[in-house]
Design a protein around this ligand. Structure first.
Ligand SMILES: [Zn+2]
Length: 640
């Protein structure tokens, strides 16, 4: 083994000695012949996509040992971020190159579709193809190709077994379709796939390592976007032909197409606008400007003469992103036509949402952000932070106008959450807690009724209110009937008769994507047992108990409840909690954050919504019921 690798090493040295000093990628890529698309058969030229030169010069600078590349799809990103680095390191430098792909079954396909045509297009590279085995004429590629110059291409996957990645060493690693390297697969006990790929480089000292990551932008928390933090966060700047300042126009700077009467006119009317001087930039001016782009890293500026000023950022990670403005494969008119078409779709539909996502991710290379706050999960610290010294436990603010309670009943415990709606649009929780359900000592019905009686006392004794002498009773309480509804109905009826529309105690049932429940469906109109329809809740007559029952959209109200903790303090819709030592809110914090609705866009599959539950969430169920109950009582944060 040792002698084999020595021979390889010697061969490589000899070959290198024969070719002059090692060429950089900028010189090497002049040998590249385009193997597909409209420029098929033509030599690679920087002029067709000028920003590629900026990238390759950065790679050649050897300043970076991690290079993250993203841009619009169909813009040559695969060539520059995936094929060229792999071929440069193997065919030119004779090195080993680990190539990370989402799935090993794609190895042969990637080889046949992307790599082999590029190799065959250049006769000197073709001569380096292996004569037998994988990668040779007719040889199927499973994971490894050994070129005749000693260069080795080794495929590894993001989702394969951990053993498939372990135990192989390489200085250089390249990754394509980066988003799929972001998350730990269910079967892996190890770190995320990117980190495992990096572990292949462990034998080399950090300055020697080289990592290339290429991919389309999907969401904030996935690669490549997630690598933007701690990176050079570089911006490609080009000069405005009017004011002479250096700019990087984005989607919002492509205008003029909105009012077009048809798609053709949208193309004709579209112009870029400089965001510094407001002047229109036509297609010819844009091309000229992009041809002379410069790269500015985070913190750097560009002088009018085009000099990049300011210190280099303290990082070894280059984050190279280009956008619709920089992509000269697509004209201004074509981009505008796509915007116009997407804009014609009915705004209320998911088709519209999907079209917008495709545009942002595939044309503009920015992660899609939904307009609401749900994209960032609520954290425990966000909950604990809401306790306020202004109100001890049990005291209501003077501005309280509505008072609701929600509760979740289980076998041994009843979790409740009291919520006050204030006249200034804010929410306050004066009390939350647990009432024992003594089902270990009593039969189930008695145990439930015992616990509910305690709850009724709590609601009817009420809470002290600032500036008032009399305590304030709870206006309405929603009791979740997800568990043993018969016993709950019985206990409520025994206490105050069958629940009517305005009874203090209402039996509620959540519908939503969590916990194998059915999704909530708002009834179209009243009648047939539907007695009241509200905003994401409705009331039906329960035939079995001849009593009213509320159905609530649990997804919607959990979202609103969690939003109230994300909303900046003192803003309408935001919540505060009564005062107590921090540790007392630990469990509440866990319950409220243990479930989180996630909306993500998977390219090619569209939007996916799922509820992720990590542990117990009884207080979240109680709290969302109290929040929905406030809505039914007529409180809403905008009304203030
Ligand atoms: Zn300008």
């Amino acid at each position: 083994m040792v002698s084999d690798s020595l021979v390889f090493e010697l061969k490589r040295c000899l070959q290198r000695a024969r070719l002059n000093p090692v060429r950089g990628m900028e010189a090497w890529i002049q040998d590249y012949v385009i193997a597909d698309g409209p420029n098929l058969g033509l030599p690679f030229q920087f002029e067709t996509q000028p920003i590629t030169k900026l990238l390759i010069q950065e790679i050649d600078s050897r300043r970076w040992n991690e290079v993250f590349i993203t841009g619009p799809s169909q813009s040559g990103k695969t060539l520059i971020g995936f094929v060229a680095p792999a071929l440069y390191h193997t065919l030119e430098l004779g090195e080993t190159y680990v190539l990370g792909i989402p799935d090993m079954r794609m190895a042969n396909n990637k080889w046949q579709m992307d790599l082999l045509p590029a190799i065959k297009a250049n006769f000197r590279w073709e001569r380096l193809l292996p004569l037998a085995g994988p990668g040779s004429q007719g040889g199927i590629v499973r994971d490894t190709i050994t070129f005749r110059n000693g260069g080795v291409l080794k495929f590894m996957s993001a989702n394969g077994s951990d053993q498939a990645r372990a135990g192989f060493t390489s200085r250089v690693v390249g990754i394509t379709e980066a988003a799929r390297f972001s998350r730990v697969s269910d079967t892996s006990r190890e770190a995320d796939p990117l980190r495992q790929m990096r572990a292949r480089q462990a034998a080399y000292d950090e300055p020697q390592r080289m990592l290339y990551v290429e991919g389309t932008v999907t969401v904030d928390e996935d690669l490549p976007w997630s690598a933007k933090a701690d990176s050079s966060d570089s911006k490609i700047m080009s000069q405005c032909p009017h004011c002479g300042e250096w700019i990087a126009p984005e989607r919002e700077n492509l205008l003029g197409w909105n009012d077009a009467v048809n798609v053709f006119e949208a193309g004709l009317l579209a112009r870029w606008f400089c965001y510094l001087c407001g002047e229109a930039i036509n297609e010819e001016e844009r091309r000229e400007s992009v041809k002379n782009s410069v790269l500015a890293h985070v913190g750097q500026t560009v002088s009018k003469r085009g000099e990049v000023l300011g210190p280099m950022p303290q990082t070894n990670r280059l984050f190279f992103r280009y956008s619709g403005w920089h992509n000269l494969f697509v004209t201004t008119a074509t981009l505008a036509k796509e915007e116009w078409r997407a804009d014609q779709i009915d705004k209320e539909t998911s088709d519209y949402e999907n079209a917008q996502k495709e545009l942002t991710q595939f044309k503009w290379a920015i992660p899609y952000k939904s307009n609401n706050l749900e994209s960032q999960p609520l954290e425990k610290k966000d909950v604990i932070r809401r306790r306020t010294e202004a109100y001890p436990k049990g005291l209501l603010p003077a501005k309280t106008t509505h008072l609701a309670l929600g509760c979740d009943v289980g076998k041994y415990a009843l979790h409740y959450f009291v919520l006050a709606g204030l006249s200034n649009g804010m929410l306050h929780c004066p009390s939350y807690g647990i009432i024992d359900v003594p089902s270990a000592f009593l039969d189930w019905e008695s145990a439930i009724s015992h616990a509910l009686n305690e709850l009724f006392d709590l609601c009817e004794i009420g809470f002290a209110m600032q500036g008032q002498t009399e305590p304030r009773q709870v206006d309405q309480a929603w009791i979740d009937t997800g568990y043993e509804p018969d016993a709950l109905f019985k206990a409520v009826i025994a206490h105050g008769g069958r629940p009517r529309r305005n009874s203090r105690y209402q039996l509620a049932l959540g519908r939503g994507s969590g916990q194998m429940q059915r999704m909530y469906q708002a009834p179209p109109k009243r009648g047939g047992g539907i007695v009241e329809i509200g905003h994401h809740w409705h009331v039906v007559r329960n035939k079995r108990w001849k009593a009213f029952q509320v159905f609530a959209d649990s997804d919607h109200w959990k979202d609103r409840l969690q939003d109230s903790f994300k909303q900046p303090k003192d803003q309408a819709g935001s919540i505060t909690l009564h005062y107590a030592p921090e540790r007392e809110f630990e469990r509440l914090g866990k319950h409220l954050t243990n479930e989180h609705r996630k909306v993500e866009f998977v390219p090619g599959q569209g939007e996916k919504v799922k509820f992720e539950k990590k542990g117990v969430n009884h207080w979240l169920d109680a709290a969302y019921n109290s929040r929905a109950c406030l809505d039914r009582l007529g409180w809403n944060p905008e009304a203030s």
